[in-house]
Design a protein. Sequence first.
Length: 482
Amino acid sequence: MGILAGHEPEAVLRYFEEIASIPHGSTNTKGISDYCVSFAKKHGLEYYQDKSNNIVIWKDGTKGYEDRPYVMLQGHLDMVCEKEAYSDIDFERDGLVLELKDDILSASGTTLGGDDGIAIAYALALLSSDDIPHPPIEAVFTTDEEIGMLGANALDMSILRSANMINLDSEDEGYLLVSCAGGATAVCELPVTREDYDGIMLTISVDGLLGGHSGQEIDKGRASSNSLIGRLLSYVNRSTDFRLVTVSGGNKDNAIPRASYAVISVRDEVCREKAVNAVNELAAVIANEYHLTDPSISIRVQACTDCESRPMDEASTMRAVHMLRLFPQGVQRMSASIPGLVETSLNLGILKDEGDRLSAAFSVRSSVNSEKDELNDRLMNIMESLSGSMTLKGVYPAWEYNEDSKLQRIMTDTFRELYGREMKVQAIHAGVECGLFADSVKGLDAVSIGPDMKDIHTPKETLDISSVKRTWDYILRVLEKL
């Protein structure tokens, strides 16, 4: 072992160090997948590897547990690869450089991959043990979770044997995740026609917004730069005619966009002045509306001196403006059964000018599948009314709350016995792989837990080693009861 030598749980941390030494970013999982195959062969365990590099490893129950139902321990092999500007690590070739300070593990200048390398380490430590009592174990390691749960979607679920599933992709010790939203990416496309137009070009920009995760932070009331651009264009249209040249904003459908811009062309100086005044007038109103959630918001209008694109014609301009104003954004419904939980939302994360069409990508989420379908249908109706189109991709089901979950009761009772306090049971407005498994494996009872991790998906990501130990002890105690 390296810097984690002497720390407990020894086997878990040893495997985590080995995992960290293998490049395993999303779409680059062949190496880590083959590592798991070698592990299974070394320990004489039955395994399955598919074309997507998903891995399933089975281990018989120990003495006295042989006839108990299989328990699935599940995590994903890929990690988010982000680094500081000074880091020279090549994520395609290089392992991570681990750093430990006061029981807090991180990686030098990069993401750590605790999400979800610690899940794999937990499972491998159990699979390699010869002195831990446990029921039959089914370790399921999926790929490309971070870019749309692609591995889980590709996995042949019919091979799975488990009645209970413990997903290890949560980041808060003491919390038990029991439900999540389902979702999809809705891509809307609007054909546009362009024409020569001799006018004065202006750039309208919105930036300085806080943004955030479109699932977990959609209820914070933060502004969406893409929605604001649509609002600004509509307001300018009340004051003067213009032609839309281009519009763009955001780069991830599952992130609330922080910056957007549009370029318009107005006929003359009088129209230019009207447009500038309209933008400035509405900018003051918007800044006041969002002064608490987005105090650094900046809305500007200025001359565009290097704009070479041809403007859209009048009809295309109006359809584009109407599209942006008709698009819903944010929370659509709160849960009536779980206080504080967003039930249904959508986020206009990406606006792109594709030349002959405008493209808009939404992340649509709901913990009720019928509401998700209704929202997708609403987007379809908007686009059809404007002679556009809408397609869905990356669809994943909701993981609906199971009030009769025996596994949930065992998890909460065991936590109380170990730590003398209640576990916090929660649902989240984001997608996790449990939804795909619960939807595909009949009767599967699923929960999700994990040790304390902070700032995941950033170079500041940390993993609490003491929490890793407590969570390991908790997992082992739970397995004794299953």
